[in-house]
Design a protein around this ligand. Sequence first.
Ligand SMILES: C[S@@+](CC[C@H](N)C(=O)[O-])C[C@H]1O[C@@H](n2cnc3c(N)ncnc32)[C@H](O)[C@@H]1O
Length: 283
Amino acid sequence: MSHLSEGGQPENDALKSDVRDFWNRASCGEELLLPSTDREGYLAQTRARYELEPYIPGFAKFKDARGLRVLEIGVGLGADHQSFAEAGAEMTGVDLTPRAIEHTRRRLELFGLKSQLACGDAEKLPFADASFDVVYSWGVLHHSPNTPQAFREVHRVLKPGGTARIMIYSKYSLIGLMLWIRYGLLRLRPWTSLTEIYDKYLESPGTKAYTVAGARQLCAPFASASIETVMTHGDLLTSEAGQRHRGLALSIARVVWPRWLFKIVAPKSGLFMLIECHKAASK
Ligand SMILES: C[S@@+](CC[C@H](N)C(=O)[O-])C[C@H]1O[C@@H](n2cnc3c(N)ncnc32)[C@H](O)[C@@H]1O
C-alpha cells in the first residue's frame, strides 16, 4: 500500500501504527551497531555513530545545553540523549516506541544519568506550552505522518527565544537517486517519483523527504531558520546501508559508485538536512 495521499485522521492513525511497528522491531541502527546492551555495547554504538556521522555533535551543540531544559523527540537507542545528559542538560525524551524508551532508560541508568522518558507522539506532545529551552530531533519528524503538525508542536513547547535543532531528509539526495535506480529504473518504472521511492523503500512506511523550500514551509511558525544539507556515509556508500537494504545490487553499487565525482559536482546532494530554527522572543 502507498501512503502518498493526504489522509484524514483514520489514515494518519493507521500509518502511525505501521511506523510504530517498524521501529519497534529494531530501533535505528540496532542490528548494525549494538553488540550488547551493557555499558560497553552502548559506548561502542556511540563511538560508531559519531564516527559515521561526525557532524552530529557540532549540530546538536551538546555542551551548550548545560543547565537548559532539553526535549529530544525520537530518542532511538539514546546516544545523543546520553551526550546531552552528560553535558549537564535537564533531559526529557519521547519516542513512539516502547523499545526505544527501554533502550534509552537502560542506557541512562547504566551511566548514572537522569531523564524523564516516556512513549509519546511528536504530533501530540504531552507537554505544556513554552516548556523547553531546546528541542532536538534527529531523523524522526519525516517518519511521522503529519510532519507539519510535528513542527507546530515543536514550536508550541519551546519557550520564547528557544531553539529547535531538527534533522529531516533532503529530497534530492544520492540515496534517493540510488533507490530510484534500483526500484524505478531497474524495474522498468522510470516514472516512479522520488516521493514514492522514499515513501515505500527507504525506512518506515510513509517516510518523506523535503526540498529546502519545503523545509522553509515546515519552519513557518518560527522567527528564523537556517538550513544546511550534509553528505552522509549512506550517500557515498562508505558504510553498511540501513536495516532494510542488502544484496548483490548494493555490493555492485559499492564498487561502481563514483564518490569522487559526486563530491565535486553535487556536494549538497546528501540525505540529511540540518535545520536550526528559533522561536521569537517574547516582547
Ligand atoms: C530513524 S530513528 C532515529 C532515532 C534517533 N534519533 C537516532 O538518530 O538514532 C526514528 C525514530 O523516530 C521515532 N518516531 C517516529 N515517529 C515518531 C513520532 N510521531 N513521535 C515520536 N517518535 C517517533 C521512531 O520510533 C524511531 O525511534
